[in-house]
Ligand binder design. Structure first.
Ligand SMILES: [Zn+2]
Length: 74
């Protein structure tokens, strides 16, 4: 199954830009905004079985608005 096909992402809670699910170095997932660069905390996984759930968890954080704005300090 393709994780990217399964997971649906809402628009960015800050700028309404498009969210992008990203995998970092084979150990975690996070969602980042392609427009403003806001992102969720990374969701780590340790096993292949946990990988899909971690991707879902990262998407869930994004979809409920638990997103860290990159514009802090502006
Ligand atoms: Zn954004």
């Amino acid at each position: 199954m393709d994780i990217y096909d399964e997971i649906e992402l809402q628009d960015c809670p800050y700028c309404r830009g498009a969210g992008l699910l990203e995998e970092e170095g084979g150990w975690c997932w996070y969602v980042t905004c392609m427009d403003c660069g806001s992102q969720t905390a990374p969701i780590a996984y340790r096993t292949p079985e946990a990988r899909l759930q971690a991707a879902r968890d990262a998407a869930h954080l994004w979809n409920i608005g638990k997103v860290i704005s990159s514009s802090v300090g502006d």
